[in-house]
Design a binder for this molecule. Structure first.
Ligand SMILES: C[S@@+](CC[C@H](N)C(=O)[O-])C[C@H]1O[C@@H](n2cnc3c(N)ncnc32)[C@H](O)[C@@H]1O
Length: 354
């Protein structure tokens, strides 16, 4: 029995490191008559599949730094050798003949995965996808049918279901970058990155209420997504040193498309431990609290703790959040001054001074 843990070591027992959909994928793989030459695994958040299948040296396609770190630590905890990691926008050296996909919440990301599989697989590839039945939408079938002639659904097992895709279509490469405009500027982003249709309304509200000073010379856009907040600040302070950090590889790659310069630094990471104490004059963030279908505020609270450490004395952390999350109580544990700068029906902007 393998020991698989979540990276956030949540005490909330309803948050688990794998689901019946992961178990169904594993069983479907074990039931295959022919074992693959090259297996690809997509959206294995905490490494349940990577750990169970590490013996056949799969390529694990990761989207998040936290995912890569957790899979590594779960492999180590179980005395297993490492696996090959890849990302979903770079070509693989060897073509896959089987891919396992835990279907993500974002349909854009599902499409990006199928596009990657389509470009990096043998003609006779089989793709086994799994989802919890309560999250089914007909759009899944529609996307799958863009890439495969045969799309079969399995019977349900412990409220999970499989989609088995075969007979790959000869599809021309699709565009995996979309664009959205904000204040006369085009922002580009990969499929699956936060808020694909328009700049998030909370972010827009935040940008209208940012308190930026000329003396803010070292700035962090934390959980930067496509980089819109960092870029809007860059326009106002073109000489400032601006860092942008996100846990998502696709977000960081999108931000790299939107904001560049010698004073701009992109970081693919999920922890502020990469920065020294007393580094920043200003940290701005629309922090994450949705992770696929889960809500988990332990992650933003840990980031806020790190923000306090990384801010210079007198520096500020400015946050936009959904009002109901009630971050003020938590922020007051780290910061002596927590001011409400603006409120709208759903959103609130805080300024915390160190
Ligand atoms: C609410 S979105 C905000 C994105 C962008 N700043 C905007 O306003 O459009 C939150 C972002 O946090 C990222 N994220 C999740 N966990 C993270 C972590 N531990 N560290 C950094 N970024 C994280 C997600 O990938 C996502 O891009």
């Amino acid at each position: 029995m393998l020991n698989i843990k979540r990276y956030d070591l949540s005490e909330d027992k309803s948050l688990q490191a794998w689901s019946a959909a992961d178990e169904y994928l594993l069983q479907a793989f074990k039931d295959l008559d022919n074992k693959p030459d090259h297996l690809g695994i997509y959206n294995d958040r905490f490494g349940f599949l990577a750990c169970h299948l590490h013996g056949i040296t799969p390529t694990v396609i990761i989207t998040n730094k936290s995912q890569e770190k957790t899979i590594d630590s779960n492999l180590k905890a179980n005395d297993l050798t490492s696996v090959n990691f890849a990302n979903p926008i770079s070509s693989l050296d060897t073509k896959m003949d089987i891919a396992l996909v835990k279907i993500p919440k974002s349909l854009g990301l599902f499409q990006l995965f199928l596009e990657h599989i389509s470009q990096n697989s043998t003609d006779d590839v089989t793709v086994i996808c799994a989802f919890m039945t309560r999250y089914f939408t007909p759009n899944l079938l529609q996307i799958a049918e863009e890439y495969f002639e045969v799309v079969e659904q399995s019977r349900a097992q412990k409220k999970a279901r499989l989609l088995i895709l075969s007979k790959k279509k000869k599809v021309v490469k699709r565009d995996i970058i979309t664009s959205l405009s904000y204040k006369d500027q085009e922002y580009r982003q990969y499929l699956g990155v936060f808020s694909a249709e328009h700049i998030d309304y909370a972010t827009q509200f935040f940008l209208d209420h940012l308190d930026i000073k000329k003396t803010d010379q070292c700035i962090l856009d934390l959980a930067s997504g496509n980089g819109v907040i960092g870029n809007e600040i860059f326009k106002r302070l073109p000489d400032a040193e601006i860092h942008l950090m996100d846990d998502s590889y696709l977000a960081v790659s999108s931000a790299e498309l939107n904001i560049q310069g010698t004073n701009i630094h992109h970081h693919f990471n999920n922890e502020l431990s990469i920065f020294d104490d007393d580094t920043f004059d200003l940290i701005v963030t629309n922090p994450p609290f949705h992770f696929e279908y889960e809500i988990n505020i332990q992650v933003p609270l840990e980031l806020f703790r790190g923000c306090h450490r990384c801010l210079k004395k007198g520096g500020s952390l400015q946050i936009v959040a959904n009002k109901h999350l009630n971050y003020k109580i938590h922020l007051e544990r780290f910061f002596t001054t927590v001011q409400v700068v603006a409120k709208a029906k759903k959103f609130i902007v805080y300024k915390c001074v160190k």
